[in-house]
Design a protein around this ligand. Structure first.
Ligand code: 5AD
Ligand code: SF4
Length: 438
């Protein structure tokens, strides 16, 4: 293994792009490399190995990484011993092609290769190493992760996706669904609780499709809820089709499971939902929202919306706006459709012009701002239990934390990180709330 002159230990700098799953994967990668003897470099300039954990969901994500890579290549030019690796979804998506686009890469490794990273990095080779084997069984269960600080931790309970929505590349880059054994999930959560973590967020591409033998996702929620020390449980992202009675019941009856759900709808047009192969209609989605709200009256809902999917007409788009108004989401993540190679819709191409996509995106963002504002204003006067995360970013002695509905609240109080404080909400913007200790 090569490392910088004078340093006792090889240093690795890891940068993460994309979703919460990638952040959790980076915590796993850090732990694997730490155990193999690597130290963590705070800056690329101090590293012997630079790794980018990447996202392939939209073209824009890939472009950002390619830009960053060419910046980092300059460091490698100055220090040829420096190793540059690209990990994760984009590695899987582009594979050998990447080595042509970025010839200075030493390593290209997909999401199922992390266990082998120390070994791959120790191979000194002239040619880049490409390891993008997907593994139907790899869950990394029991490997342990370097969870970040703070009262909230993310725990991966399942990996992969079997849904194959037409626009999406995830099933190709992350492979088939597989779940972590419940005792491994419970064990990890217990360890986190022992270290002072109060809130766990269970993660998976379609997290509520979790199944291990007899244990489905509703049961898993209850098993984690039985742990002392864990006060709050959340999960992301569920698929509407896997929102079973058992999961809804666990949310409704288990007080630790928080009343917040990110429930991606993607479109408000039945024609689009069918073309996207989402597996539900607008009516079925609305019925699910109705069932959820009946069972969990305090529920906050967020969603994902794609505008400009193949074939989307103005009336399809208007239907999306209509659905957003009808549901009154607390928040929405909105995206312009990006054609992805390997996805089912790839061959259909792009029919909506960039101009129309941009206009539709602005319109959904603007609508969501007003919906979020209305939902947040309705919080004024309520007393919410807030889990303190730390000082507010704006300073001035204020604290910041989340309500059960996952809304950020800024408030003045003397409280420790990880404590839960009752806060009366006094004002709201479309993005956050302010309050006073109740
Ligand atoms: N183009 C635009 N948005 C996409 N998403 C997934 N694939 C694409 C794509 N090809 C969005 C979906 C998904 C979220 C994580 O990213 O809304 O729910
Ligand atoms: Fe992609 Fe659909 Fe799977 Fe979500 S459920 S990861 S959108 S294929």
């Amino acid at each position: 293994m090569q490392h910088r002159e004078g340093s006792a230990q090889p240093m690795v700098y890891l940068e993460t792009y994309g979703c919460q799953m990638n952040i959790a994967d980076s915590e796993l990668i850090s732990a694997i490399l730490r155990r193999a003897g690597y130290g963590a470099a705070a800056r690329p300039e101090e590293a012997d190995v630079i790794l980018l954990n990447t996202c392939a969901i939209r073209e824009h994500a890939e472009e950002r990484v390619l830009g960053r890579l060419s910046d980092l290549a300059r460091l490698k030019h100055q220090r040829p011993a420096l190793r540059l690796g690209l990990l994760g979804c984009m590695a899987q998506h582009n594979r050998a092609q990447l080595v042509q686009k970025a010839p200075y890469l030493d390593l290209v490794a997909g999401p199922d290769s992390y266990r082998r990273l120390p070994e791959l990095l120790s191979q000194t080779r002239f040619d880049p190493i490409v390891d993008v084997r997907l593994d139907r069984n790899e869950t990394y269960a029991g490997l342990g992760s370097d969870h970040g600080p703070g009262p909230r931790a993310y725990v991966t309970v399942m990996r992969g996706c079997d849904r194959f929505c037409a626009f999406c590349v995830v099933p190709y880059v992350r492979g088939r669904e597989r779940s972590v054994a419940p005792d491994a999930v419970v064990g990890e959560c217990a360890e986190l609780a022992a270290r002072g973590v109060k809130e766990v967020v269970l993660l998976g591409q379609t997290v509520n499709a979790y199944r291990y033998g007899e244990v489905g996702f509703g049961r898993l929620l209850r098993m984690v809820a039985a742990l002392d020390g864990i006060e709050r449980i959340r999960f992301t992202s569920p698929h509407p089709c896997d929102m079973t009675d058992s999961v809804i019941e666990a949310m409704a009856t288990e007080p630790k499971v928080q009343p917040y759900l990110h429930l991606p709808v993607q479109s408000g047009s039945d024609r689009m939902l069918a073309a996207m192969e989402r597996g539900y209609s607008v009516g079925q989605y609305l019925e699910l929202v109705e069932r959820l709200r009946r069972a969990i009256p305090q529920l906050a809902l967020s969603t994902d919306i794609i505008v400009g999917f193949h074939g989307e007409q103005e009336d399809d788009f208007a239907a999306t706006m209509g659905l957003m108004r009808q549901v009154g989401f607390d928040a929405a993540f909105t995206f312009k459709y990006s054609v992805r190679e390997h996805s089912r819709a790839y061959k259909l191409g792009d029919t909506v012009s960039e101009e129309d996509k941009a206009r539709r995106l602005s319109a959904v963002i603007e609508l969501q701002e007003s919906l979020s504002m209305a939902r947040n204003r309705a919080e004024i006067g309520q007393v919410r239990k807030v889990l303190v995360e730390g000082p507010a970013r704006r300073g001035d002695g204020m604290l910041s934390g989340k309500t059960p509905q996952f809304k950020t609240v800024v408030f003045p109080a003397q409280a420790r990180i990880g404590e839960t404080v009752a806060v009366r909400i006094v004002s709201a913007t479309s993005h956050s709330l302010s309050g006073v200790a109740a």
